[in-house]
Design a protein around this ligand. Structure first.
Ligand SMILES: Cc1cc2nc3c(=O)[nH]c(=O)nc-3n(C[C@H](O)[C@H](O)[C@H](O)COP(=O)(O)O)c2cc1C
Length: 325
């Protein structure tokens, strides 16, 4: 019932996009969101191209609904676009100035192109570069940050500045948030934090439990977890307890990440969030989370969240229009 320019463009039935999330993303999570009517996404930073291809294939084996991949510009690689753009509906970029040749490469492979932005000029530049969709991301959100604006005033400005479908991201995890974004003129929301503790998420149990227990005031903007981050110290929103645990520990290497037969040591303050493949002092790793932690109070199934948020938003929008009449 919540048909928008975004749902029509990408071919989903609910205007909810799973955020691409390092550490928490999994084929099961993406497929579950897609099967409930939303759009699935994968993060690709630090994931080798063949592994991204396997993730895309694993989702395709479960559902033929819309899946996208995200590229963080510090990790941009033409080879990844060549390998996967023809097999996904959308390639989405973040954390760097919009680049027309990257967008053209995505379009050449037959996919839609999107840019997640943190400023109005960046949104205009994304559209000038040829993007089909713009994601407006506020500092309330979890994970690495590009821009320093709160969501709602930035969304308001961007909606006046561009004429492509706009997705709102950052601190949205409920039907109220979705209803507010749609009422403002956004075509969808992107939710990340709300899905970290889901049954299908690949997040480590320590991270899931910490998100379940957290209040918005337990999250903090910091540049602390920037080891292994290509640009050096840059802001991100993370649980404060992770910063404190990393400050407390005497270890230079706090954990290790297993990828197949390969074991990668994770130094103190590494930018890598803990998936189930991480072991060690997990509480001292990058426990990314946004202010929408207030909506996470237990382990739920991702598809149930999508359905409940959409239903609640629809109910609220109907009540609001009845009030007007
Ligand atoms: C754990 C985590 C990892 C993330 N990784 C990425 C990423 O790799 N690429 C990206 O563009 N955004 C990433 N984001 C940001 C999301 O795209 C989105 O803007 C954010 O999750 C929205 O705010 P919310 O967490 O309050 O829902 C990440 C967010 C989280 C919480």
């Amino acid at each position: 019932m919540l048909q928008t320019a975004f749902t029509e463009l990408v071919g989903c039935s609910v205007p909810i996009q799973l955020a691409p999330m390092g550490g928490a993303g999994s084929p099961e999570l993406a497929a579950s969101v897609i099967q409930a009517g939303g759009m699935g996404m994968f993060a690709t930073a630090l994931v080798p191209v063949p592994a991204v291809e396997r993730l895309v294939a694993a989702v395709a084996a479960r559902t033929d609904g819309p899946l996208g991949v995200n590229v963080l510009m510090p990790f941009y690689d033409d080879a990844l676009i060549e390998a996967v753009a023809s097999r996904v509906r959308l390639v989405d970029f973040y954390h760097g100035a919009p680049r027309a040749e990257a967008v053209a490469r995505v379009h050449g492979a037959g996919a839609l192109a999107g840019w997640q932005v943190g400023a109005v000029d960046e949104a205009r530049a994304a559209v000038d570069a040829g993007c089909d969709v713009v994601v407006v991301r506020g500092i309330e959100g979890g994970g690495r940050m590009w821009g320093d604006r709160s969501l709602w005033p930035l969304l308001d400005e961007v909606l006046d500045a561009v004429d492509v479908p706009v997705v709102a991201a950052g601190g949205i995890g409920t039907g109220r948030g979705l209803a507010a974004a749609l009422a403002a003129g956004a075509s969808a929301v992107r939710m990340g934090t709300r899905f970290i503790a889901t049954a299908e998420s690949a997040a480590h149990d320590v991270w899931k439990q910490a998100v379940i227990e957290a209040q918005p005031s337990d999250t903090v903007m910091t540049d602390a977890f920037s080891v292994l981050w290509p640009n050096g110290p840059e802001p991100h929103r993370v649980l404060r307890r992770a910063v404190e645990a990393a400050e407390r520990t005497p270890s230079d290497v706090v954990a290790e990440l297993r990828v197949g037969d390969h074991v990668m040591p994770l130094p103190r303050f590494a930018a890598v969030p803990p998936s189930v493949h991480v072991s060690g002092e997990v509480e001292a790793t990058a426990l990314y989370a946004g202010e929408s932690v207030f909506a996470v109070r237990g382990t739920e199934r991702a598809g149930d969240i999508v359905r409940a948020v959409a239903q609640d938003a629809e109910h609220r929008l109907r009540s609001a229009s009845t009030t007007l009449a």
